[in-house]
Design a protein around this ligand. Structure first.
Ligand code: OAD
Ligand code: ZN
Length: 245
């Protein structure tokens, strides 16, 4: 097993666990990550797709990209990493998932307490009156519009926008109260989401990182494990189950 005995004994004496996840946890489900060699942001420019002005300039292009991502997401399934996190609910008093992902895979895997910092691809709203349109949208007459005439956009946080306040505040509270904070598959460079790692640490949490490669927070974490989330997390569940049985 990859984990140190210190980490395992810390987990065994912990009640509240937070998982903080990024695109890397869904990579094994076939959803592309943003940064690194195979990252989306190597091929596409965030300023042309993931910001409000870009949407106003060319809503059809932005929608085309999100419909493409939605298709990939709909064709994907939760992988062993998502399932292992859901399984952890049987092993700890409280498990909270804080995700930067918009793909619903934690929910589909069965996790119960999930805070979504960057929105959700299944929701859309009118930019004028904020009415939500969460059903499949109709694109046959061009970019979908609200009854009020306003453009409908995906409920995804774009660059320069605020995070949903309730989701961030609940996440921050969970980060500050937890015993162990496990960072999975994120480059930890996008703020304010990444600030939760520091909030957790300042409030005494033990920080574990799981990633394919070292990141901004590797030297700061109490334990940093390099490898695939879909292999490491199920291994961790097994190890804890064995110790508890
Ligand atoms: P990134 O693409 O920046 O980082 C993905 C991380 O996952 C990298 O550090 C990879 O090394 C790691 N990784 C890839 N495959 C993995 C695997 N199988 N197991 C473990 N780790 C793996 O994605 P995020 O950190 O999530 O924002 O990016 C943060 C935000 O930037 C996203 O939420 C998105 C983006 O712009 C918005 O859409 C608002
Ligand atoms: Zn409207």
């Amino acid at each position: 097993m990859n984990f140190s005995t210190g980490t395992i004994s810390k987990l065994l004496s912990s009640k509240k666990i937070v998982f903080f996840t990024g695109a890397g946890i869904s990579a094994e489900s076939g959803i592309p990550v943003f940064r690194g060699k195979e990252g989306i942001w190597n091929k596409l420019k965030p300023e042309e797709l993931a910001n409000f002005d870009a949407f106003l300039r060319n809503p059809a292009m932005v929608w085309e990209w999100y419909e493409h991502r939605k298709k990939i997401i709909h064709e994907s399934e939760p992988n062993p990493a998502h399932l292992a996190i859901a399984e952890m609910e049987k092993l700890f008093y409280e498990v909270t998932v804080v995700t930067q992902n918009i793909d619903n895979l934690h929910r589909r895997a069965g996790s119960k307490t999930i805070y979504e910092l960057h929105g959700n691809i299944e929701r859309n709203y009118c930019i004028k009156c904020r009415t939500f349109y969460n059903e499949e949208l109709e694109f046959s007459c061009g970019v979908p519009k609200c009854k009020c005439g306003g453009l409908i956009r995906p409920d995804i946080v774009w660059f320069g926008e605020y995070l949903p306040e309730d989701q961030f505040n609940n996440s921050d509270e969970a980060a500050k109260e937890c015993d162990v904070f496990i960072v999975v598959g994120t480059s930890a460079v996008v703020y304010p989401a990444a600030s939760l790692i520091y909030s957790a640490k300042e409030n005494g949490a033990y920080i574990i990182e799981i990633n394919l490669e070292p990141t901004e927070i590797s030297s700061f974490a109490d334990e940093s494990i390099m490898g695939k989330a879909g292999e490491i997390l199920p291994g961790l569940v097994k190890e804890i189950e064995n110790k508890l049985s």
